[in-house]
Design a protein. Structure first.
Length: 233
């Protein structure tokens, strides 16, 4: 099975840091973040990884990851302009040869990806999205009745009734036909699966996940990954 790692984003929320190093190559506990992603995929038996990169950042990733042999995997590269996640995957479509994983390269999770693949196949899904019930909303939320009286309020709540996509998908080749429906996989393409009546499933997880999309999240990831500093690859 192949994994397609989306790692070509500009990382504007981490500017000016990302003016010097691509988001996925930011060092955490002595290793570029992308090392943790590749090691995670390898742990779940994925031996073929295609990095979906932008023209601007591809050389940095190539120089570090090389052919992937030091991780026990085979790594290839698909280079395209920054036209959106759907466009990046479409550019690499010729490499799809069966069930595949789409993985956002700024995310690290302890999700049981192997179990997610089994779930996906058992349901004959076109696309299955990992949904976390453990996401904490960063702001207070409230619910009011018809008169405006507050009936519910919580500061930074965890809302298990609203699972959140964490940027891990399992897909079939049939999924590729939907890529023309928008530039962004999450914002444009996935909602269209519902409209089109495709077999679209959610795999619910309570496992932790972390991303490095902002400086706050980056600091949190550094705290969590710090104990892994002396582990071997």
């Amino acid at each position: 099975m192949k994994a397609f790692v989306l790692a070509g984003g500009a990382g504007t929320r981490l500017s000016p840091l990302t003016s010097y190093v691509p988001k996925g190559m930011i060092p955490i506990a002595g290793r570029p973040f992308t090392d943790y992603v590749v090691s995670y995929l390898a742990k779940h038996g994925i031996r073929s990884i295609l990095m979906l990169l932008s023209d601007e950042d591809s050389e940095v990733f190539r120089n570090h990851l090389e052919d992937g042999s030091k991780f026990g995997v085979s790594i290839g590269y698909s280079i395209s302009p920054r036209l959106g996640t759907a466009a990046a995957l479409k550019e690499a479509a010729e490499h799809v040869d069966g069930t595949f994983v789409v993985y956002y390269g700024d995310v690290l999770t302890s999700l049981d990806l192997s179990e997610m693949v089994r779930f996906h196949r058992a349901r004959g899904a076109v696309c299955t999205v990992a949904l976390s019930t453990g996401v904490r909303i960063e702001y207070g939320v409230g619910k009011v009745d018809a008169d405006g009286r507050i009936r519910y309020f919580a500061e930074k709540p965890v809302l298990p009734e609203y699972p959140v996509s964490i940027g891990v998908y399992v897909c079939e080749p049939e999924f590729l036909q939907y890529l023309s429906l928008g530039k962004d996989l999450a914002g444009d393409v996935l909602p269209q699966l519902l409209v089109k009546g495709a077999k679209f499933y959610g795999f619910i997880t309570k496992e932790a996940h972390h991303d490095i999309g902002s400086f706050k999240q980056l600091d949190e990831a550094k705290d969590i990954l710090k104990p892994q500093k002396n582990r071997t690859k």
